[in-house]
Design a protein around this ligand. Structure first.
Ligand code: ZN
Length: 512
């Protein structure tokens, strides 16, 4: 390639990236408004916020489906100088833009705007319905959402041997299908149910030592903030606030927002939720800032994002070594009787296994069973095998089959999660895939770094974070999820590391 052609290619690529970065800014701005809606906004703001989000979604969609962008993208793709090295910045950006733009051009702008407006309204209706445990109040808006999701799936299309779920899951986990999910879930379900039986067979149920007395929210807040900071979350580039359902929003690596929640007798819930969201936040803060707003600077997929949150929540925050470090430090923050809590007691309390109604409070053994309930139901809803009106009964039946629980009301049943109100169908399984990736990543980190427990006991999480930065965060979307897993761990995704880890840990705690 002559220098002149090189310069022209460079200009074409720069022009393309300028549009993409603008679209990225529109996306981040919508993200800030969504964060505000969850954390700060009074109920009176709903209608106006729906319109604002719909407008931003439309503008972003227009940018990314602009014929000029398609033209620039095609010209860049035809230039071997930009694509010769498939892992170069330009090749990665072009490959992932092609994927995203092809999907976007399949959706009419009106449908995108309609989805954003409906999601905003539906989340408000859902929050009210959940508060009153009134499924009938949520039902009409869920029916609207499902109709719209089916239209979306039809626009995307799916292979002859696939189903509508596949078309929607592609937004969260490129390449994932319902059939593949079923294959991965089957052995996990068998071994987890068997593990749960062995645990319950011991008749042991460790007490949660932090539930003995009320711990005021403001004290809990100082403790979880201390932990987030110790794990490496940078508060100069992030915040921690309160919302009904904890979440993390990263607008760019310099502004990452976490939320958590507090109940006086559920300190471990606040801590676990905070560590989980901190894991997401560390990933967002670790994405390469020079590539912000372009695929090279974005997270790989929802499952890989979840692998980072689970990694810190479970592999770190539910390890004995972590509790050796944290237990003696807690009295300074939460006061009360915390000084009388021992390490073994705290560690066992953080690893209580007890089937419960709420997914986000679930332990490591039952969590994936909660996901399987949702996967089965959303798949049936999309296929038309299940009517929205019958959702509560179907939910309650699966809770009985998988968890052995009688769901007392819909707030603790099918109204507990915000995902379907957001229009996020095909999302739930990414939580379980992430949990599996996390265990596999821990094995790789241990072979690279040596004795992780010795580091955790000292509260030195820097080597682990540095490993996560170079192994996962800094790559952005350079690799697809399964490819990243192979590069980092040397093996394809498998449930085996997770199952081995859980079986070993719970055998020790429950002595079976
Ligand atoms: Zn998460």
């Amino acid at each position: 390639m002559s220098a002149r052609n090189g310069a022209a290619a460079h200009a074409t690529y720069d022009a393309l990236m300028a549009i993409v970065r603008e679209a990225g800014i529109l996306g981040s701005t919508a993200g800030i408004l969504s964060w505000d809606q969850e954390v700060m906004m009074p109920p009176g703001g709903v209608a106006a916020r729906s319109r604002a989000l719909a407008l931003l979604a439309r503008l972003r969609h227009e940018r990314l489906t602009d014929p000029r962008l398609a033209d620039l993208l095609a010209r860049c793709e035809a230039d071997p100088g930009l694509t010769a090295d498939p892992l170069s910045e330009s090749a990665v950006n072009l490959r992932e833009l092609r994927h995203d733009c092809d999907r976007m051009t399949k959706l009419p702008a009106s449908l995108v705007a309609e989805s954003a407006a409906l999601a905003s309204r539906a989340q408000h209706v859902w929050a009210e319905a959940r508060r009153k445990s009134d499924f009938s109040a949520f039902r009409p808006v869920l029916e609207e959402t499902l109709t719209l999701q089916r239209r979306k799936a039809e626009c995307y299309g799916w292979p002859a041997d696939g189903e509508p779920w596949d078309a929607l899951a592609e937004d969260y986990e490129p390449g994932l299908t319902a059939a593949r999910t079923e294959v991965v879930f089957a052995p996990l379900r068998t071994r987890l149910v068997s593990l749960l039986e062995r645990i319950r067979g011991t008749g042991r149920l460790p007490e949660d030592p932090f539930a003995r007395e009320a711990i005021p929210a403001d004290r809990q807040a100082t403790a979880v903030r201390f932990v987030a900071e110790s794990l490496g979350f940078d508060f100069a580039r992030g915040r921690l606030d309160v919302s009904t359902h904890p979440f993390c929003s990263g607008f760019n690596p310099g502004d990452v927002r976490l939320t958590t929640r507090f109940h006086e007798r559920k300190f471990l819930d606040a801590l676990g939720s905070t560590i989980h969201e901190t894991g997401h936040g560390l990933y967002e803060q670790g994405l390469p800032p020079e590539h912000a707003g372009t695929p090279r600077g974005e997270a790989v997929s929802y499952a890989v994002h979840e692998s980072q949150s689970r990694f810190w929540e479970n592999q770190v925050g539910r390890s004995r070594a972590f509790w050796r470090w944290l237990t003696p430090r807690l009295p300074e923050y939460i006061g009360g009787n915390a000084a009388s809590v021992g390490v073994d007691e705290a560690f066992a309390g953080a690893n209580r296994v007890e089937p419960g109604f709420i997914r986000v409070e679930a332990d490591e053994v039952t969590y994936n069973l909660h996901i399987m309930i949702r996967f089965e139901l959303e798949r049936a809803l999309l296929r038309g095998d299940l009517a929205v009106a019958d959702l509560p009964q179907a939910w309650n039946r699966l809770s009985r089959d998988f968890l052995g629980l009688e769901v007392p009301d819909d707030a603790r049943g099918c109204l507990q999660d915000t995902h379907w109100a957001m229009g996020a169908f095909g999302y739930f399984p990414t939580y379980s895939l992430g949990t599996m990736y996390a265990a596999q990543f821990r094995q790789a980190a241990a072979s690279a770094l040596g004795d992780l427990d010795a580091m955790f006991e000292k509260g030195d999480f820097r080597p682990l974070l540095a490993w996560a930065r170079t192994s996962v965060h800094e790559h952005g979307r350079r690799y697809r999820a399964e490819q990243l897993c192979a590069v980092v761990t040397g093996s394809p995704l498998s449930a085996e590391p997770l199952l081995q880890e859980l079986e070993a840990k719970f055998r020790e705690i429950y002595r079976f």
